[in-house]
Design a protein around this ligand. Structure first.
Ligand code: NI
Ligand code: MN
Length: 228
């Protein structure tokens, strides 16, 4: 049975198909992080986009662990130019890895890394569907609500959806509850909230709304794990 461990913000350590995947590893400069980048051992580093709170420590972890970065094309190439192994993909495309299948979904957001002179725009942001051990995990990345969440849920019944609820930069609680209604995941976990003042949200309010739409909602404490 695959598991996710919540490491704060949008970062999860996933154990699936005999491999360890870390998604959006943001520890350095993260006031809620309880582990350091150096503590992470992973075979794959999945990056939804290049913002500092998602790309985060991804390059350091990928290089130290000789892990493979999985990201949308330009961000993957950006990571290889900086010395990491990377597998470029793009929205709508899926690929079979040794742990299972990854498919990229849309995310309504942007994807830029800060540089000395401003921003490096590195393509599109994305979400991930991770299909392993007969289960489907959806990590939405940073996104606003979109109606195609219904399509994603129809084509890939989601066992566990990781959804941002922090508002301001992404869906807030109300929109994330609508996302659950559209996608109909079996289980749901909120993310991307309460890391900073700007993204304060009440995860219990989200959980109650998600349960009204038939999803089992779990508010993971930082460090806590969940099987799905
Ligand atoms: Ni972002
Ligand atoms: Mn973010």
């Amino acid at each position: 049975m695959p598991t996710v461990q919540y490491l704060s913000h949008s970062c999860f350590l996933v154990k699936a198909g005999g491999r360890t995947l870390v998604i959006d590893p943001f520890f350095t400069g993260n006031p809620k992080a309880t582990v350091k980048a150096a503590d992470i051992k992973a075979d794959y580093v999945l990056l939804t986009h290049a913002h500092g709170d998602h790309l985060g420590d991804g390059l350091e972890i990928a290089k130290r662990c000789k892990a493979t970065v999985i990201a949308a094309n330009e961000l993957a190439i950006y990571c290889s130019m900086k010395g990491a192994n990377a597998h470029p993909m793009h929205i709508g495309g899926g690929h079979d890895f040794d742990f299972g299948r990854v498919k990229l979904t849309i995310a309504h957001h942007s994807s830029a890394a800060s540089s000395a002179t401003g921003f490096d725009y590195v393509g599109n942001p994305c979400g991930f569907l991770i299909m392993a051990e007969g289960k489907t995990l959806y990590h939405a990345g940073d996104t606003g609500l979109f109606y195609d969440m219904k399509l994603i849920g129809e084509m890939h019944p989601v066992d566990l959806a990781l959804l941002p609820i922090g508002d301001n930069f992404t869906m807030g609680v109300e929109d994330a509850i609508k996302a659950v209604e559209l996608m109909r995941p079996r289980q749901v976990v909120p993310m991307h909230y309460n890391t900073f003042d700007l993204i304060k949200a009440d995860p219990q309010q989200f959980a109650a709304g998600a349960e009204r739409h038939g999803a089992k909602a779990t508010v993971l404490q930082i460090g806590e794990s969940l099987s799905y």
